[in-house]
Every structure is written in C-alpha cells, then in structure tokens.
Design a protein around this ligand. Structure first.
Ligand SMILES: Cc1cc2nc3c(=O)[nH]c(=O)nc-3n(C[C@H](O)[C@H](O)[C@H](O)COP(=O)(O)O)c2cc1C
Length: 407
C-alpha cells in the first residue's frame, strides 16, 4: 500500500500562496525599534536580516498600530496608520526580500491594554470595563461610529502593508487586544449587534475581512487568535474552533494559535519565575509605588504565586490540533515550542502545519540554521521573560535573566 510520509519540518510549504522554505516562522515580536512616527529604524532592518540569514522560513513583524489611539504602552512601536510611512517599510521589505525570505506585517489596536498617559488619548474597548492590569482608567465604550472608524483603519493599514510590498498581513486577534476584546465574552458585554452572540462578537473581524478582501482581492491575510484566554466567561477552545471556522469562511489564509491576555501577567509568554529585577527596573506599575515600598514588593512578588500557568512548553499545541482538525487552511502553533523535537512532533503528528517562535529568536536569531545543521536541538532561551518586561524601557534584546548595573 502507498504510504504518505509525514512532512519534515525543514520541508517547504505555502501559506495563502506565500512559499516558505521550512516550517519555522518568527512570531510577531514587538521590537521597540521604530522612531517617534512609527517608521522602522535601521536596527530593525539589521535584526530582520539576521533572522533571514539565520534560516527562519518567514518573519512576522512586531505589531504595528492602525491608529495612534491603539498604540501600545511601550516605546518604539511600529505604526501603519499613515501613507507617509509606506516608503520606509518598502526599504525594509526590499532588504529582507534580498535574502529570499517572506515578511508579513502584523497589525493591531491595543484597545484598553494601553495607557492614555502614553497615547495622549483615552483608551477604548467594546465595553467600559476596567482592565485588570492597565487599571488606571476605565476605557471608553466604542460607539457605532467609533467601531466603523476602527474597521476602516484596519482595512487602510492592510492596504498600506500591501503597497509597501509585504508578502501578507496578519490581524492581531489574540492576547486581549482590541479585536480579542470583541471576540471574548468576558470583555465584550455589549447588547447591540457587536456583542452577545458569537456571530455578533465576530462582526468587527468579519467586517475587516470583508473590507480587506474587497480592497485587496486574494492578498494573504493571516490571523493570530487565542485558543482560550483564561478569563471567566471568556474564550474557550470550543468557541475558538468556531471562530477559526468563521475566519476560514471569511477568507482568512492561515491561523496562528496562541492563548492568554497581556493583563493576566505572563500567560502569553510563560515562564517559571517572576522577573523581579526587571519589574523593579522598568515596570510602570512598580515605578508608581513609593520608593521605600519597592524592595518589599519585590520580595512579596514570588510568594504571590507562580509566574504563569503550567506547562511552560508547547502550551498551545492541544488547542492548535483541535483547530487544525476543524479547518483546511494552514495552522501555525506558537508558545513554548523551544526544542527541535517539540517543533518536529507538532508537524509530524499533524497538530500544525507550521511552528512559530518568539523568545528563542531573541537569544538566537540563527536558531533554525543551528537546528538544520545539527549543531543544537534545544533553544538557549530560559524563559526568564526579562525581554518581556524590559521592552517597557529599552529596545528588544535578550537579558538572559540578568541586568547590568546600569539598567
Ligand atoms: C518581547 C516580546 C514581544 C512580543 N510582541 C508581540 C507582538 O507584537 N505581537 C504578538 O502577537 N505577540 C507578541 N509577543 C508574543 C509572542 O509572539 C509569542 O506568542 C509568545 O512569546 C510565546 O511564544 P514563545 O514561547 O516562542 O516566546 C511578544 C512576546 C515577547 C516576549
């Protein structure tokens, strides 16, 4: 009998017509390497070239804001809200293409997971619910007109992404940002046509997809979505499966499966320890405490509980497998996929078509090449999460669980 062999992780495959040389994708990672207008700096180009030369199959950029109100609270966010930004991105894309690697831009609106102290504008959300972490303010409930403007902003940003020459665009529907807030029953308490039933909660995404398809034809549109968000009454795997099918029906080219919200601490990028030193050095909430209380706070933190839910490895694999069974578009799995074995198994077992990684590429941009050459089969990332916290203060880098005296 003819046996079909399981795909190999180093074999090429396609996403929405984009040819990818292997099954490793660099997951979106905020780099803090944009100027005040949101245009990419030279340091970003250098980083992407290192990733491209290091063997990665495709690069997804850090999230780019579709509107100034949706900027994140960290410095140096990429922005895609203005046509004037397009030429700078075109140069970046051309440089990456010289290395033969596709590059996809992730676009986002942070909703209530940002700070008006940073954006200069009030935060917005589907419902006026105080965020657990960004708790300084109650976000404004979006009006019908406000929702329309956000849909237009996403469609316009996707158009700029195509004009700049990116190979595709990824909608950020995960991690508790604005579109995830619409999808999740925990954050979306609306009773109008944008809330309530799953169809209503999905409507904003459906309208964005319609707008993009109308404007850009069959341009590759990916989505990063949560398989669950860990909130009471929030997104569960069974609902995520339905959303995945709705995304496929709306013309989405591929799904990247993640979980958690930024407001729930280190649920998105899990790790065994609370990065206390980094919190003391860079976190805005710690900085707001009276100076004399900070050392005590640092001592108490580890006693509060574990840094993240367990397990720390391959934590979105099960839900990705569930989703992959339900759809026929490619599925990418992210989250603690830090060894060659885990990544290969995800592909050979059919849980996913691609594996994406974030933190392993911060410490080793050439990890894929090392895997391929048999030099290494485990990422050197210790999941210390200093990168996650220090991004509040400095551009992306690996701190390897230690701050220099000056930080
Ligand atoms: C410093 C840092 C920045 C991140 N920025 C983004 C981002 O811009 N967009 C996004 O979807 N996820 C972002 N993430 C989440 C990662 O893409 C990924 O989902 C998560 O880190 C788990 O994967 P990993 O175990 O391979 O790191 C970020 C994570 C880190 C550590």
């Amino acid at each position: 009998m003819f046996m079909t062999e399981s795909p190999n992780i180093f074999e090429p495959a396609q996403i929405g017509g984009i040819s990818i040389r292997n099954r490793f994708i660099r997951s979106a990672t905020h780099e803090g390497m944009a100027d005040a207008d949101g245009a990419p700096l030279e340091s970003l180009e250098k980083l992407y070239l290192r990733l491209a030369r290091g063997g990665v199959g495709a690069i997804i950029t850090g999230y780019a804001g579709v509107l100034p109100q949706g900027r994140c609270s960290f410095p140096g966010m990429l922005m895609m809200h203005d046509d004037r930004l397009v030429p700078a991105y075109r140069r970046l894309v051309d440089a990456v293409h010289q290395e033969g690697v596709p590059i996809i831009m992730q676009i986002a609106h942070c909703g209530s997971q940002t700070r008006s102290a940073v954006t200069g504008m009030s935060t917005v959300a589907p419902s006026p619910l105080r965020d657990r972490y960004f708790s300084e303010e109650v976000p404004q409930e979006l009006t019908e007109d406000g929702i329309r403007k956000i849909i237009e902003a996403f469609v316009d940003a996707a158009t700029r992404v195509q004009t700049a020459g990116f190979d595709g665009v990824q909608l950020h529907l995960a991690h508790g940002y604005l579109l995830a807030q619409f999808l999740s029953g925990y954050t979306n308490r609306r009773r109008d046509r944008w809330g309530g039933s799953l169809e209503n909660r999905f409507r904003i995404v459906s309208e964005i997809m319609k707008g993009i398809r109308h404007r850009l034809g069959d341009y590759p549109v990916l989505a990063k979505m949560n398989g669950y968000d860990g909130m009471k009454g929030g997104m569960r795997p069974d609902e995520a499966v339905k959303i995945a099918k709705m995304l496929e029906a709306s013309g989405c080219s591929a799904l990247e499966i993640s979980s958690g919200t930024i407001s729930e601490g280190l649920a998105v990028m899990r790790g065994p320890k609370i990065p206390t030193d980094a919190l003391l050095a860079a976190n805005f909430k710690v900085a707001a405490l009276p100076k004399m209380l900070r050392p005590g706070f640092a001592r108490i933190l580890p006693l509060i509980g574990p840094a993240s839910p367990k397990p720390y490895r391959s934590y979105n694999l099960e839900v990705a497998a569930l989703i992959r069974k339900a759809v026929s578009i490619p599925v990418v799995v992210v989250g603690g996929m830090h060894t060659l074995d885990d990544a290969s198994r995800a592909i050979t077992d059919g849980a996913a078509d691609f594996v994406s990684m974030c933190r392993p590429f911060i410490i080793e941009p050439s990890l894929v090449r090392k895997f391929e050459e048999g030099k290494q089969n485990v990422s050197r990332c210790t999941m210390c999460n200093y990168c996650t916290i220090m991004i509040e203060k400095e551009p992306l880098r690996c701190w390897n669980g230690r701050l220099p005296q000056s930080a």
